[in-house]
Design a protein around this ligand. Structure first.
Ligand code: MTE
Ligand code: MO
Length: 388
């Protein structure tokens, strides 16, 4: 006797709600969200490259705020859409395997491509959500690389899927949503609700997810700061990503022996915070735009970054490496491409919204540059080095 898996049969799924008419409509909105999420994700990846072949622009200053906000929002919108989409189509997984080698091969290929699409889409949403919730079961570096690589797999599989389904999609949009011409033969039982009701509920669920994200969902999800600053209202009205205590910089940041070191080749200049305050002070209104989707604008004051580079005669066009007092962690060192280093709005900030920079915001000094991902706005800066 052979044991058989108790797999359901496709014919056992009888609800008329599970129709290509519904799947195509949900799929179209899902496809648009997926595409926006993909494009904004590519932009975010580009923005985080240490030495992009094509420089990431420094303007508009709010650009990354918008693209990354869209990335996280459309990603979250995909969750209810994907769930409904999968619910409407999954009985097809149990469709009988056709006879004949050629048809069997085609069916296998089609199911495999759908398997890749579903697996990669779920992977992207799960890792993205985990990251936005500040749960990092991976190194931050490998998150970005993996999320980026799988994005290409997902978009490729999606394009194949759309191409294969184009005739069905066309037919579905050409007919009324209640039309049954495209339905599976067994899908004959009217559901507890109408198709229109199901679609409307899906749009509402998606809308709720979007509104909650655009507002404050992401800060709610973030861990509570160790300094008990609740996310969403840090000092100066700007949320804290990593607190000074969590970064293990409380002692070094407050120490009287703090010096900022500027390095260019064998030249080194050491500056105290008083030296920095004695230089020409500038002020810029610039946002912090976290990769997790939240963003907040502040008026930062401090020294123009280019003025610091001039102290060690760094040429224009020089790339710069910035190191934090933070002893370890993925963000303790960042690379600043030359167009950011040379931009007049890029500051080494000493103050925020008229007050001395709070330890959690990067006291004694932090980088703030226009159109730069929050993760690269290095706090507690101790070393600025020209890397040519
Ligand atoms: N040294 C250091 N700088 C850092 C971080 C960090 O963990 N260590 N976090 C970054 C992240 S992810 C963000 S979003 C911003 C947040 O700045 P804020 O806490 O002042 O709002 O700081 C960035 N600078
Ligand atoms: Mo961040």
């Amino acid at each position: 006797m052979t044991a058989r898996l108790p797999l359901p049969r496709e014919a056992a799924f009888t609800s008329r709600l599970r129709s290509p008419a519904v799947a195509a409509r949900v799929g179209a909105v899902l496809g648009v969200c997926f595409a926006v999420c993909f494009v904004t994700g590519i932009i975010s990846h580009w923005a985080q490259l240490p030495r992009p072949a094509v420089p990431f622009p420094t303007s508009p200053a709010w650009g990354y705020r918008v693209t990354q906000g869209l990335h996280v929002t459309t990603g979250i919108a995909c969750v209810p859409l994907l769930l409904v989409k999968l619910w409407t189509v999954y009985p097809r997984l149990f469709a009988p395997v056709p006879k004949g080698a050629r048809r069997l091969l085609l069916t296998t290929l089609e199911r495999a491509s759908i398997g890749v699409l579903v697996a990669s889409a779920i992977f992207q949403l799960a890792t993205g959500l985990a990251n936005a919730a500040r749960w990092y079961p991976w190194e931050s570096f490998s998150f970005r690389t993996t999320h980026f690589a799988i994005a290409w797999v997902a978009i490729g599989a999606l394009l194949v899927h759309i191409a294969v389904k184009l005739p069905v999609i066309r037919a579905a949009f050409g007919a009324d949503v209640d039309d049954t011409a495209l339905d599976r033969p067994s899908a004959t039982v009217p559901g507890p609700v109408s198709r229109r009701w199901l679609l409307r509920s899906t749009w509402i669920a998606t809308g709720v997810a979007v509104v909650a994200t655009v507002g404050n969902t992401v800060p709610w999800l973030r861990g509570v700061s160790v300094l008990s600053v609740r996310s969403g209202d840090g000092p100066g009205g700007i949320p804290i990503n990593t607190s000074a205590r969590r970064a293990d910089v409380v002692a070094t940041a407050m120490s009287a022996s703090y010096r900022l070191v500027l390095v260019n080749g064998d030249r080194a200049v050491y500056l105290t915070r008083e030296d920095l305050l004695a230089m020409t002070q500038r002020s810029e209104k610039l946002p912090i735009a976290c990769v997790e989707g939240w963003s907040a604008s502040g008026t930062w004051s401090g020294v123009r970054f280019r003025d610091l580079l001039d102290l060690v005669d760094a040429p224009r066009g020089a790339h710069v490496r910035i190191t934090s007092l933070q002893p370890k962690g993925a963000y303790r060192r960042t690379d600043l491409p030359s167009n950011f280093a040379d931009d007049d709005r890029t500051l080494l900030a000493l103050g925020l919204n008229g007050e001395t920079l709070a330890p959690d915001h990067g006291y004694p000094a932090r980088l703030i540059a226009p159109n730069r991902p929050g993760v690269l706005q290095t706090k507690w800066v101790s070393r600025i080095e020209v890397v040519a």
